[in-house]
Ligand binder design. Structure first.
Ligand code: SF4
Ligand code: SF4
Length: 369
């Protein structure tokens, strides 16, 4: 059984000490930051730095509190992520999102170098991958605090701490290695979700998709598995094949194991921000309104338990009218797996595979501070 601590975003008293920002250092201490970080450590504070047009990443005041706490232990924090745009563009985006040395009090660096090619190849005895390219600054850090804005994700159902580590801590080549595992199978059509708009037919450059008598047909000989039709479909009526998704999620978990193996035992801590929970991730050049009310911040030393607890919180919560696709607003009632409903991909698969691989425990006890 693992332990999760939580700061609730519903304030019992309206005073400064009750603010989640002001309670964050207590959360870190209760979760045992003093056992994770030693004096002199170089501490990677891993977070998503956003995208131009997006606006829902973790807010600077929280990051600042983490930095101050790490510094108070005599360690050297740096805020980091890996290249999606090349590093100079990405640092400018971080600046626009409010994450820079002045605001958070620590250097902001891109962990896999100027153009995403700075990595250490790490072996992993996985079912799908045998090695992965971990960003150098992550591999060389002494300890890590993983700050995760939890949200939905088109290809994994859910983006939590596991995704932040397995995809967010590997270099460009590592990301490609994991994404490649999606391929090999043509997309699948879900008839009941299709409104026959034919956007997929128009977008396919290979003439591989057609609509005959209201039925989508994919010519498997012509299909090059580029998945443009999946991305373009406004109704999620075209999805990646379950075989590809399964392989992709397993590769993601194996990459997560490889990244964590670069740290000594108990040198990583996880904070999941269950607020601004949107249906999609922070990579697109837009953000949408959330699907549940803001719940709070969870902290744990167990990556599996914290993602499971975050998903449970989201699913037990009554949904609010939130955006779930282009022009689509819906409230998803409590008790329904919200990301399975939206993306058609079981978000708990990540938790299951990570637990199977020994990365943590899905059973947890949650204590509110
Ligand atoms: S884009 Fe989606 S909804 Fe439109 S026809 Fe194709 S499968 Fe159906
Ligand atoms: S995956 Fe690419 S090639 Fe295949 S049907 Fe869709 S758009 Fe066409």
């Amino acid at each position: 059984m693992s332990t999760i601590y939580m700061i609730d975003f519903i304030l019992k008293e309206l005073k400064a000490e009750a603010s989640p920002v002001n309670k964050l250092r207590k959360l870190l201490r209760t979760t045992g930051i003093e056992d994770v970080i030693e004096k002199g450590d170089y501490v990677a504070v891993k977070m998503h730095l956003g995208s131009r047009g997006g606006f829902r990443i973790i807010r600077p005041p929280f990051v600042r509190e983490v930095v101050e706490e790490v510094k108070s232990l005599g360690a050297y924090p740096f805020i980091t992520d890996t290249c999606r745009p090349p590093s100079l563009e990405y640092l400018e985006i971080a600046n626009i999102e409010g994450i820079n040395p002045l605001s958070v009090g620590a250097p902001v660096i891109i962990a896999d170098g100027l153009r995403g090619n700075d990595f250490r190849t790490v072996s992993v005895n996985g079912e799908v991958i045998k090695e992965i390219e971990v960003a150098s600054a992550i591999a060389e850090a002494d300890s890590m605090i993983v700050l995760t804005h939890v949200k939905g994700h088109r290809m994994t159902g859910f983006g939590g701490a596991i995704k932040n580590v397995g995809m967010g801590c590997v270099s460009k080549k590592g990301k490609r290695r994991v994404h490649e595992k999606l391929g090999g199978e043509p997309p699948m059509w879900i008839e009941e979700k299709c409104d026959k708009c034919k956007a997929c037919v128009k977008t396919c450059d290979h003439g591989a998709i057609s609509m005959i008598g209201g039925v989508i047909e994919i010519d498997t000989e012509k299909c090059v598995k580029c998945y443009r039709c999946v991305w373009i479909c406004p109704n999620r009526a075209l999805v990646w094949s379950p075989i590809g998704i399964d392989r992709f999620i397993k590769a993601l978990i194996e990459a997560t194991a490889a990244v964590l193996s670069t740290f000594e035992r108990n040198k990583v801590m996880f904070l999941n921000f269950v607020c601004d929970v949107t249906f999609a991730c922070d990579c697109p050049p837009w953000s949408t309104n959330p699907i549940i009310p803001d719940r709070g911040i969870l902290a744990s030393r167990d990556i599996v338990a914290i993602d499971k607890a975050s998903l449970d919180l989201i699913d037990k919560c009554e949904g609010i009218p939130g955006q779930i696709g282009p022009g689509k607003i819906r409230s998803i009632p409590k008790g329904i797996s919200k990301f399975l409903e939206i993306h058609g991909i079981d978000p708990y698969l990540q938790v299951k595979y990570a637990e199977d691989l020994g990365l943590g425990n899905s059973k947890y006890e949650l204590y509110k501070l």
